[in-house]
Design a protein around this ligand. Structure first.
Ligand code: BES
Ligand code: ZN
Length: 643
């Protein structure tokens, strides 16, 4: 049954008995490609007479279980889609509320553990050592360890991880020191080192993360008087480039966010630049955001992804959505605040521009979900065993951010709104909440601090429309600062006019875009998507004269291929099919696969409409290079397209 107060993606029982602390002892085995070891849960009883603790697992091999130090009885249920196999462990009888129980599980991951990608050395930058990394959000932490894998429960954790390559976890390094000699002075790739970590702040399980590979650290310099540290990790070949790309903005934005919200609470804020198969732009793992290497454009144009991830430190990692139905609280709030920071540190025009870019993604996704209208909603009710990854789209981000922006405007603008935001974070920091709790607090804050007039303003909001509305439009027509979009629109209009006139030798020059930043090129191309007017010669001409067809910037290349594939029967679509496939699989001038799902999923989908057979062939030959999560979702995408 669909129920938005319950986590339908977990079979665990944290409301009966909950993990408070997990201690992981792991060995990373690059040869067998498994993590082996144990997890020890310190549990607190929440209800008298609870009989069992239920953990989520996915393709884990369980060896032995101890309950309070003695051999424990357990039952592993058959595996179900999405949720996995529930691990029931029987507890001592007569437990009372607040009693403590310790459960130790010896286990190993297996080849089916979707949370982990094991790369062989050819898939890394250095080509000398293998690499391992995890991605646990939304439901894959259970494929790394038996856990109550729901964001409703927050846990502290500590870990001792043995590996022949440096290890990073989403926690504070205890030993060896991060800025000491690499791999504690031992032979990288040969000798084992034990890495110890501690996460003293309770976090949802989807923020547990591990990476192990040949990597180096470079510390950012930080503003005076800060108690946190911040730096970047990458393979040695990329560390200087990564440092250059992010060192200016990371600590600046982190400090700015502390000003408007509250102090950063995790002690360390590091970045890790991963190999190209990393399936997201960024992932806000506690203490360390994981990033796609495609952000390294050499011009700092894609640092907004870092700003987004660091903003999650408050919105998501601090105040957490209680279950997948309320995912928008994480992403909508983060997107909204990320853009407030852009306004503060850059200009109001930047904030508007970000909404302009976002609204194209939003409308594309709303269209795409026309036959699954419930995914057009902000608050989604999931059926049992329904995959939250099927609902992943820009809707929670963009509808969410627009909703908060609309509230800001309804309540009197940013200056009066920000004190409320601060109060929201302070009220719920450390907790996991639902949309109803958020809304209750919103009303209570404004009735206390704004009085009847603000409450009346809140009453004018179309709550039903924003939270549960379907369809391809927002309940309110939003207006944004268009000043940065204008020249992109203007150039797009010129191309559109040339298309209408049917002029064969249009008067366009490379210099048309010489003072465009890469986001303006993105907006230019997206405007052309909307016009749908360019014929094949014009598309090919455009790709050539603006050097867009070969650009290293994946954001731009994505929009170019989408433009070319709008009419799957057109000669331009046919001409660009092979280049697009080569770009996806890294057999072009970029040399790396486009593992970020924002790039590969839409291009595979669009290309399959041009030539399904060729795309399936290329996909089946190369999918082993992609992350298990991307494999799962692209398989589904291509299957769904059979019609
Ligand atoms: N937390 C998300 C990534 C995520 C969401 C992973 C749901 C798995 C399930 C991360 O913060 C994110 O939003 N990444 C975006 C960044 C962008 C919006 C700036 C991405 O990867 O595109
Ligand atoms: Zn996010």
């Amino acid at each position: 049954m669909a129920d938005i107060t319950r986590d339908t993606a977990s079979q665990s029982n944290p409301f009966d008995v909950a993990t408070e602390h997990a201690s992981f002892i792991w060995t990373v085995d690059f040869e067998l490609q498994v993590i082996r070891g144990s997890v020890t849960h310190k549990l607190t009883v929440k209800k008298d007479s609870v009989k069992e603790v239920i953990f989520d697992t996915w393709d884990l091999e369980i060896f032995r279980i101890e309950v309070n130090g003695s051999n424990g009885k357990y039952d592993i249920k058959p595996k179900k889609a999405v949720v996995g196999s529930a691990l029931h462990i029987f507890l001592p009888s007569n437990l009372k509320q607040d009693d403590k129980v310790t459960v130790k599980i010896d286990y190993s991951t297996t080849g089916g553990c979707t949370a982990l990608q094991w790369l062989d050395k050819r898939q890394t930058q250095g080509k000398e050592h293998p690499y391992l990394f995890s991605q646990c959000q939304p439901t894959y932490a259970r494929a790394l360890a038996p856990l109550q894998d729901t964001p409703a429960n927050k846990i502290k954790y500590s870990a001792a991880v043995t590996s022949i390559l440096p290890v990073l976890l989403s926690a504070r390094r205890v030993s060896p020191p991060a800025d000491g000699p690499p791999h504690n002075g031992k032979a990288v790739g040969k000798e084992a080192v034990v890495y110890k970590y501690d996460q003293p702040v309770p976090i949802p399980t989807y923020l547990i993360a591990i990476a192990s590979g040949n990597m180096r650290y470079k510390l950012f310099s930080k503003p005076e008087g800060k108690s946190w540290t911040s730096g970047v990790w990458a393979e040695p070949e990329l560390i200087e480039k990564a440092f250059w790309e992010f060192s200016e903005d990371t600590t600046r934005f982190l400090s700015a966010e502390e000003e408007i919200i509250i102090d950063y609470q995790f002690g360390v804020y590091d970045l890790l630049v991963l190999p190209p198969s990393f399936p997201y732009g960024g992932m806000e793992n506690a203490c360390i955001s994981f990033l796609t290497p495609s952000l390294l454009t050499g011009d700092r144009t894609l640092v907004d992804v870092v700003v987004h991830e660091l903003t999650h430190s408050w919105f998501g990692n601090g105040v957490t959505h209680a279950n997948p139905s309320h995912f928008w609280l994480n992403e909508g709030w983060t997107t909204y605040i990320e853009r407030v920071l852009q306004e503060r540190l850059h200009s109001p025009a930047e904030r508007g521009f970000a909404y302009v870019i976002g609204s194209k993604a939003l409308y594309d996704d709303l269209e795409r979900y026309c036959d699954q209208p419930k995914f057009q909603r902000l608050v989604i009710s999931f059926q049992n065993e329904e995959d939250p990854d099927d609902a992943y789209s820009s809707v929670p981000y963009e509808k969410g951010a627009n909703f908060i922006l609309h509230l800001e405007q309804t309540l009197g603008g940013l200056d009066v709104f920000l004190p409320y935001v601060k109060d929201y974070v302070k009220t719920f920091l450390g907790q996991s909440i639902t949309t109803a709790q958020w809304k209750d607090h919103l009303y209570s804050y404004w009735s206390q601090h704004g009085g009847p007039e603000k409450v009346a303003a809140l009453d004018t909001v179309d709550w039903e429309g924003w939270l549960y509305g379907e369809g391809t439009h927002l309940p309110v027509k939003m207006t944004y600062d268009l000043s940065l979009a204008e020249k992109a629109y203007h150039l797009a209009e010129r191309w559109h006019n040339a298309a209408k006139d049917g002029s064969s030798a249009p008067d366009f020059k490379p210099s048309d875009i010489q003072d465009f930043n890469s986001n303006q090129i993105v907006v230019f191309l997206e405007k052309l998507h909307g016009y749908k007017s360019l014929d094949s010669p014009l598309i090919l001409h455009l790709g050539k004269i603006y050097h867009i067809a070969e650009t290293q910037n994946a954001e731009i290349r994505l929009r170019f291929y989408i433009l070319a594939f709008l009419d799957p029967l057109a000669p331009a679509a046919k001409a660009l099919l092979i280049p697009a496939i080569q770009w996806l699989i890294g057999e072009d001038n970029t040399g790396v696969i486009k593992g970020r799902m924002k790039f590969c999923r839409p291009v595979f989908r669009a290309a399959a409409r041009v030539n399904r057979k060729a795309v399936l062939e290329a996909w089946n030959q190369n999918k082993g290079l992609f992350h298990p999560i991307a494999q799962k979702l692209i398989d589904k995408d291509l299957e769904a397209q059979v019609v």
